[in-house]
Each structure stands twice: as C-alpha cells, then as structure tokens.
Design a protein around this ligand. Structure first.
Ligand SMILES: O=C(O)CNC(=O)[C@H](CS)NC(=O)CCC(=O)C(=O)O
Length: 277
C-alpha cells in the first residue's frame, strides 16, 4: 500500500506539471488483494488509511482534485469498493460505492467472485460540480450497465468516470467499444483510468487508460504494458458537450417520436423498455 501511494504521488507530480485541474486514478488504487481474505484484511477506514490521507495531503498542497478508487470497511466482514472525489482543498466531498460486482466464470479466462469480499452499493449519485464540469461516478464493471450512465446523463452530467482494473481477455474484447458507446450515448466525456500489468501471480490488468470525447473519439490513451506510472491528459471542453447535445438532442426526445416514426411493430415493445409509457 505504501508503494501504491508513492506511485500515486508520482502521478500527482505529472498531473501538476501538465497543468491539470483534476487527476483520475484507477479502481482499487490502494491495493489489489490476492484473495478475498487478503482484500478484507488490508482494509482501513479513510480516516486511518495512510493511502487516502496521503492523497488528501497531495490534493491540498497542489490544489488538485483527485478521483480515486479505494476499499472501505463494510458490514459482515466485507469491504466496499468505493470511489472518492477529493476536492482541491483535500476534502472528501463525494463517495460512490460500486453497484455491480464482478462475479464471472469464463472458460480459459478469469474466474472472479468479487461478491465474496465486497458489499454492493445501492445508489447512483447525482453528478456534482467540479473544476472540469459536472462529474458522474461509476466503477469498472459498472461500465457494462448503461442504466447507470443513462441515469447520470438524465441528471445532466458532463463527464463520467470509470476507474477500472479490467481483466486482459475481457478488456481486449470489450473495453474500448464499451467506453466509446457510453460517451456517445450520454454525450459526455468519459474518463477511464485503468490499472495495468501484474498485481500478483494470479491477476493481470489490461490497462489502456482512455479519455473519450462526447463525440466518441479517443482523445488520450495509454498502453497495455506496465512501465512506470503514466498519465494521459486532455482538455474537457464543456462547449463541445453543449454543442453535441444541441445538434443531436437525445434527452428531451419524446418516446412517441422515437417509437412512432416508421414501423408500427416497434410500438409493441416500447412499453417494455419505457414502463412509464
Ligand atoms: O479486486 C479489487 O480489489 C478491485 N476490484 C476489481 O479489480 C474488480 C473486481 S474483481 N474488477 C472488475 O470489476 C473488472 C471488470 C472487468 O474486467 C470486466 O467487466 O470485463
């Protein structure tokens, strides 16, 4: 955990040198356990976590907002997979708990049961003001559930963050198209800071951190090999968010416009998708 703090401090220094207003760090930046038992045994509350306290200190000193994924204690001997927003004064002002847990059993691929050690979150938080615009929070596997990003879009977010530690097989197949789809359908910037390389003999992360524009273009990208802590930087242009939302209005579209144009067959299923119809 102390070496993770050292690496995050290197990233802070790079972000400051680049003139960034905010730094987005990956999911589980404090540590990745080898097993459910280790994950639970390493957890600290934020007020006792040298990792979190260290980052708060960095944020305060450098006047840099920091978005970081960590673990927090939960009921029943489990942990929370949490995403913190630390403001430029070093205060924790937002805290999101991962909704969807990564329980998978892929043939010749990863077998992971996050719910063995992690308690799932229950709420989507309203996007909040930051120096970059209104940010909506989600974590890693949440990326596969567009309900979250669409809810954030309806609450008028401008940036969505998906700090991650994707596996290599699933990342190779799905990471980029999912991130681009979330940006396109929400017309928001997507910032996806990713862990990369080997954590232990059992876990390797895919990397390829990306920043996607609300038009769906990859505007910054890192690689998939671990070398040293690296940042990708991009300008967040809120006028572009507005322009795209004006040019292609998605949010205020009435359902009958969507479903009544053209093929009447579509109407049969519309109420399944939009129960309020
Ligand atoms: O283990 C920790 O402490 C941190 N948490 C993670 O790394 C989580 C749970 S194992 N990873 C993912 O959700 C990967 C999702 C993914 O790879 C996909 O959706 O394809």
């Amino acid at each position: 955990m102390s070496s993770n703090l050292v690496q995050c401090k290197q990233l802070v220094a790079k972000a400051v040198a680049a003139g960034a207003k905010a730094l987005f760090l990956p999911e589980a930046s404090d540590y990745i356990g080898k097993s459910a038992t280790e994950t639970v045994s390493l957890v600290r509350s934020v007020s006792e976590s040298t990792f979190v306290l260290g980052l708060q200190e960095e944020a305060r000193r450098e006047k840099l907002a920091i978005n970081v994924g960590v673990h927090e204690p939960a009921q029943g001997g489990k942990v929370k997979n949490t995403l913190l927003w630390i403001d430029q004064k070093g205060n924790i002002v937002q805290r999101y708990q991962k909704l969807h847990l990564f329980d998978v059993d892929i043939k010749n691929g990863p077998v992971l049961k996050e719910s063995n050690s992690v308690e799932k979150g229950m709420s989507i938080l309203p996007p909040f003001e930051t120096p970059l615009g209104r940010v909506g929070l989600a974590i890693c596997f949440d990326l596969r559930f567009p309900e979250i990003s669409l809810a954030l879009a309806r609450m008028n977010c401008q940036v969505i963050t998906y700090p991650s530690a994707f596996t290599v097989p699933t990342g190779t197949a799905h990471w980029e198209p999912l991130l681009r789809a979330r940006a396109i359908e929400t017309q928001s910037y997507v910032v996806a800071a990713a862990q990369v390389g080997a954590h232990n003999e059992k876990r390797v992360s895919y990397g390829h951190s990306m920043i996607i524009s609300p038009w769906g273009e990859i505007i910054a990208k890192l690689g998939g090999q671990w070398e040293e802590p690296e940042i990708a930087t991009a300008d967040i242009d809120l006028d572009l968010v507005k322009k795209i939302k004006t040019e292609i209005p998605l949010l205020r579209r009435k359902y009958d416009q969507i479903f009544k144009c053209g093929d009447d067959q579509l109407l049969t299923n519309a109420s399944d998708i939009y129960p309020e119809l």
